[in-house]
Design a protein around this ligand. Structure first.
Ligand code: NAD
Length: 316
C-alpha cells in the first residue's frame, strides 16, 4: 500500500504526452509533488518554470521541479511517457524495438534507488511497454499499470453517447484488448444505463448495429487521423493518465480499462492487455472478468496472440 499522506509523481519523458499529463494534473490538483525527468534536461527546467508560473492560477499548490532518478526513491507513482512518437502510417507495434532500448535505461536506475510505488506506462506500444516494465522492474503485477484502452474507451463512450443522444456517463461500454489494431468492443456487454445497447438497437429502427460497428472503427483509427492532422495525440491521453492517477491516490476502486497482467483471467497467462480492472491505492486490485460471447472470446484471444508474438521476440 502506498503511503496515504503523500502524492508524489515523477514523470519520465516530458514531451507532448508527459507535459499534457503534467498540465492536466496541475489543473486538477492531481498530486502535491511533481518531478520532471527527460534526457533533454534543459527542457525539463523550462517546463518546470512554465508550470510553476501557472501555480498562482491553479486550484491548489504543488511542488514542481526538474529532477533525476534519485527523486524516484520516495515517489508514489512513476509515469513513463518517454520514447519516440508514432509516425504517420507507422503501427504501434513498429515502435517496439526503438522504445524497448529506451526503457532499459529508465527502469533500472529507478529500481536501483529503491522505488516501491506504482509504475504507470503510456509509451507505445503500451501493452508491450507495460509488459517490459514489469519484467525489467521485477515488480508484482498489481504495481505495473499501462494506460491500455482507457483513452479508446473514453472515445467510444463519447461517440456512442452522441449516437444515442445520451450523456457518455450513462454509456457503460468498453474497448478491450491491445491498444492498437486488434482492439474491439464487446457489444454484448455494452449498456445504456442498465439496458443492453443491442436491445435498444433491436427495438428502434432509427439505430443499427452497422452504425455501431462504424463507431468502433472510428475509435480504432482515430489516433491515426489525429496524427495525420497534427502529428501526435496528447491531450486525451494526458487526461486519461490523470484519471488513472486520481483513481490510485483517492483509493477509488474504480473500473478502468487499463493494461493489466492476466493471470488466468479469460484463460490467458503472462499477457498485459487492456481489460476492465479495479484500480485503487495499491494499483490493480482485481480484474473484472466479463462474460464474453464466443465471437468476442475469439477476438480477445486474437488480441492476446498479437501481443504474445511480440513478447517472444523481445530481448530483455
Ligand atoms: P515526444 O517525442 O513529444 O516526447 C518523448 C520524450 O521522451 C522526449 O522529450 C524525449 O526527449 C524523451 N525521451 C526519449 N528517450 C528518453 C530517455 N531515455 N529517458 C528520458 N526521456 C527520454 O513524444 P510524445 O508525443 O510525448 O509521445 C510519447 C509516447 O506516448 C509515445 O510512445 C507515443 O506513442 C505514446 N502515446 C501513447 C498514447 C496511449 O494511449 N498510450 C497516446 C498518445 C501517445
Amino acid at each position: 500500500m502506498l503511503r496515504s499522506d503523500s502524492k508524489k509523481v515523477v514523470i519520465v519523458g516530458t514531451g507532448m504526452v508527459g507535459m499534457s499529463y503534467a498540465y492536466a494534473m496541475l489543473n486538477q490538483s492531481g498530486c502535491d509533488e511533481m518531478v520532471l525527468i527527460d534526457v533533454n534536461e534543459k527542457k525539463t527546467i523550462g517546463e518546470a518554470m512554465d508550470l510553476n508560473h501557472g501555480l498562482a492560477f491553479a486550484p491548489s499548490t504543488m511542488k514542481i521541479y526538474a529532477g533525476n532518478y534519485s527523486d524516484c526513491g520516495d515517489a508514489d507513482i512513476v509515469v513513463i511517457c518517454a520514447g519516440v512518437a508514432q509516425k504517420p502510417g507507422e503501427s504501434r507495434l513498429d515502435l517496439l524495438n526503438r522504445n524497448a532500448a529506451v526503457f532499459k535505461t529508465i527502469i533500472e536506475p529507478i529500481v536501483a534507488v529503491g522505488f516501491h510505488g506504482i509504475f504507470l506506462v503510456a509509451t507505445n506500444p503500451v501493452d508491450i511497454m507495460t509488459y517490459i516494465t514489469r519484467k525489467l522492474s521485477g515488480f508484482p503485477a498489481a504495481r505495473v499499470i499501462g494506460s491500455g484502452t482507457t483513452l479508446d474507451t473514453a472515445r467510444l463512450r463519447f461517440l456512442v453517447g452522441e449516437y444515442f443522444g445520451i450523456n457518455p456517463r450513462n454509456i457503460h461500454a468498453y474497448v478491450i484488448g491491445e491498444h492498437g489494431d486488434s482492439e474491439f468492443v464487446p457489444w454484448s456487454k455494452a449498456l445504456i444505463a442498465t439496458k443492453s445497447v443491442i436491445d435498444v438497437v433491436n427495438q428502434n429502427r432509427e439505430y443499427s448495429m452497422n452504425q455501431l460497428i462504424a463507431i468502433q472503427e472510428e475509435v480504432r483509427t482515430s489516433a491515426q487521423v489525429i496524427i495525420e492532422a497534427k502529428k501526435a495525440t496528447y491531450y486525451g491521453i494526458g487526461m486519461a493518465l490523470t484519471r488513472i492517477t486520481k483513481a490510485i491516490f483517492q483509493d477509488e476502486n474504480s473500473v478502468l480499462t487499463v493494461s493489466s497482467m492476466l493471470c488466468g483471467e479469460y484463460g490467458e497467462q503472462d499477457v498485459t492487455i487492456g481489460v476492465p480492472t479495479i484500480v485503487n491505492r495499491n494499483g490493480i486490485k482485481d480484474i473484472l472478468e466479463l462474460n464474453l460471447n464466443d465471437e468476442e472470446v475469439e477476438k480477445f484471444k486474437n488480441s492476446c496472440e498479437t501481443l504474445r508474438k511480440f513478447y517472444n521476440e523481445l530481448e530483455l
